[in-house]
Structure formats: C-alpha cells, structure tokens
Design a binder for this molecule. Structure first.
Ligand code: NAD
Length: 367
C-alpha cells in the first residue's frame, strides 16, 4: 500500500518524517484529524524493529487520540509521535531539542506530551524549542502528574456504570477488584475507600501493594486470582489486553471499569463477547480521559479545579455511551466510537472558530 493510500485508509491528514543526523533523531509525527482542534498526543520513544512498525504504531495511536479527545468533549484533534530509538541509551538534550524544532515547524497543528519512553524532563527540553508541548511539571507552570485526575475520572465513570447497571447512586458496600495500584490505581483505591467499597487488589510490586493495604484496608490477592474473584466491579489499572478469551469466562464481575489503555485484546471480538455475557464495559479511552483532560487544561493556563470539574463529565459521557449501546444493540466500545465520530462530524464545520477562539496558542495565520 502506498503512503497516501495508508493515510486515506483511516482518514489521516498528515505524516511528518523527521530526520536529523546531527542529533540522531529519527521520528515520525502523525496527525490524524484536526477538524475540532489541534492534534494533541504524546511522544513515544521505542526501539521499533522496523520503520514500518513505527509508522503503523504512530498511525494507530494518533487515530485513537482523535476519538479520545472527541469523546471527552475537548476541542482537540488526534496526533501522536514516535522517536525510533532506545529510551534507556539514546536520550539526550540535543535529541529532544531537535524533536522540539520539528514540532515547532508545525506551528501548532500538533502538540506533543510525554508518553511511554519519554518523561517530563524530556518534554522540558522539547519546550526549549517550542511552545507546543504539554505535560510540563507543576513547578514550570504545567499540569504535573495526571494520575489523580485520571483516577477521579475513572471513579466517576465507575459510578455511572453502577447507576446504569445496578441502579445505585454510590459504591458503598460494593466489591471492587483493582488490578495494579500504581499511580492511577492508588488514587482510585482512595476514592473507593472513602465511599465505603470493599476493595481487593493485586500488583506485581509488593511495596506498592502494601501501601494501599495499609492506607485503605485493601485485601490483597494473588496476580492470577484477580479475574475469578466474586466481585461486582473489575477495575483493570495495569496492563492492556486483559479482557480476552482466557479471562472473560472467569469474570464474575458485572461491570468492567478501569483506567488501563487498550483493555480489549480484540476490539471487535471481545467487545461483543463481554456484551453477550451481560457485563457492562466502560470503554477504556472514555473512562481514562482524565489524563488527557488534565494536559489539555495546560493549554489555557492550567487550573487544577477546572481539570477535575471536566473529568467529572466522564459520568455523563459514559451514560450517553451506555444508552446508545443499548439503543443500537452494539458493544459499548462501538457506541463510544460512534459518539466520538458524531461529534467530530458535527463540529467539523466550525473549524476556524475553534482554532482561533478556543486555543490561544494557535495563531490564526499559522493555518
Ligand atoms: P503505573 O505504572 O504507575 O501503575 C501500574 C501498576 O501496575 C504498577 O504498580 C505495576 O507494578 C502494576 N502491574 C504491572 N503488571 C501487573 C500485573 N500483571 N498484575 C498486577 N499489577 C501489575 O501506571 P499508571 O500511570 O497508574 O497507569 C495505569 C494504566 O492506566 C496504564 O495502562 C496506563 O496506560 C493507563 N492510563 C494512565 C493514565 C495516567 O494518568 N497515569 C492516563 C490514562 C491511562
């Protein structure tokens, strides 16, 4: 398939190949859609086996960002970038500043942030060359760690699922299993504890696990035990692809609501399978959008209170998705895509107004 055919296949607007022999930078920036705003998405540094793999990944991830931003109600499009290289050995100030210059060259069509393999520190180097970067530390006026906002949004999404599936207004007395109690899982346990849920958790890191056991009375369970627990809600907050052929038959939970990315091993197959088994699934990119909401807030002078307020909206977003799924008789992940696509399509006519009014960072003449 030619590059242009590849772009057209899933509606991508632009790919930028960045090559700088002086710094060793080999990067690809993919802009999927800018109809409702500039394309925001993290910069991943990964030792890809081939350039083809890197291109495939950046195209897939940038498209995912369009859906995530649209469903979260943000005035942003979808983009992503990948730097080809070993994040443990090949990082340097020169590399990230060089990358920053390429981002600056796009004049705001793409806004970068940290992602797998990159850190806040790397983004601070990027920031020396471009203003189009988010996820900067609080000390430098940025939004800092997004995990508390992600966890709060996940908690709100879980409450929506409980209301929709069980008709309950709170989580008191419900049993919740949390897989992974790292950055997001920790704060999620805190919300669950404060609302009186009974929490079961697992983590491969014993220190991390013991922290929530001590602070929130969490009951620890073994790694493999998490799927078959007799609980109401399963909250995946560690890895992707945990909803698959092996785990679905084991699940006793009637709700899946967690922060992990890419929870369904196969979007089409396993979305359908969990619907069939009567489990209500809160689509990952809709329930974990708090992190994106947090960095998006950085673009309009970061305000933590506003970020939390917007993350509260995840409750209503999920209610809309659940109702649509039932109305159309489709899996909730399909309904989420429909909500996202519909928003992009209906707002695409407002392109110019959104770019100039809602995003002060974007200069009108840059477009
Ligand atoms: P994290 O690395 O801080 O926490 C993940 C935890 O999972 C760690 O404590 C790790 O030890 C544990 N873990 C790893 N493998 C495990 C296994 N097999 N079983 C049980 N526990 C295991 O990451 P995080 O920032 O808390 O993010 C958690 C998930 O949420 C990730 O999938 C991430 O992509 C997603 N997410 C995070 C944010 C955010 O704001 N941090 C935003 C959106 C999505």
């Amino acid at each position: 398939m030619s590059i242009f055919e590849k772009l057209s296949e899933k509606g991508h607007e632009q790919i930028v190949f960045c090559n700088d022999p002086d710094s060793g930078l080999k990067a690809i920036i993919a802009i999927h859609d800018t109809n409702i705003g500039p394309a925001l998405g993290g910069c991943r540094m990964w030792n890809y086996k081939s350039e083809k793999d890197a291109l495939r990944d950046v195209l897939r991830l940038s498209r995912g960002m369009s859906y995530k931003a649209a469903v979260a109600g943000l005035n942003l499009g979808g983009g992503k970038s990948v730097i080809i290289g070993d994040a443990k050995k090949e990082k340097s100030e020169l590399l990230f500043r060089s990358f920053g210059r390429f981002v600056e060259g796009l004049a705001g069509r793409y806004i970068t942030a940290e992602d797998v393999g990159t850190s806040v520190k790397d983004m601070e180097w990027v920031r020396m060359e471009t203003q189009y970067v988010t996820g900067i530390s609080r000390a430098l006026g940025g939004s800092g760690d997004p995990s508390p906002v992600t966890a709060f949004g996940t908690y709100m999404g879980m409450k929506a699922a409980v209301k929709y599936k069980l008709g309950l207004d709170n989580l008191s007395g419900l049993k919740v299993s949390v897989q992974g109690v790292g950055h997001v899982g920790y704060y999620l346990c805190k919300h669950l504890y404060e609302e009186g849920a009974e929490i079961f958790a697992t983590d491969i890191d014993q220190d991390t696990l013991q922290k929530v056991v001590k602070e929130f009375g969490v009951k620890e369970v073994a790694i493999d035990e998490i799927y078959g627990l007799d609980v109401d809600i399963y909250a995946p907050c560690a890895l992707g692809a945990t909803i698959n052929d092996d785990t679905i038959p084991k699940l006793k939970a009637v709700i899946i609501a967690g922060a992990a990315n890419n929870q369904l091993e196969s979007e089409s197959k396993h979305g359908q399978a969990i619907r069939k088994s009567g489990i209500l699934y809160a689509p990952d990119y809709a329930i974990n959008a708090g992190g994106l909401i947090n960095v998006a807030n950085e673009m309009e002078r970061y305000n933590r209170e506003r970020a939390f307020m917007q993350a509260e909206g995840i409750y209503d977003t999920l209610m809309t998705i659940f109702s649509l799924a039932d109305k159309e008789d489709v899996p909730t992940n399909v309904a989420a895509d429909q909500v996202a696509m519909q928003r992009v399509e209906s707002l695409s006519k407002l392109k110019s107004i959104f770019l100039t009014r809602k995003n002060p960072m974007i200069k009108r003449d840059a477009w």
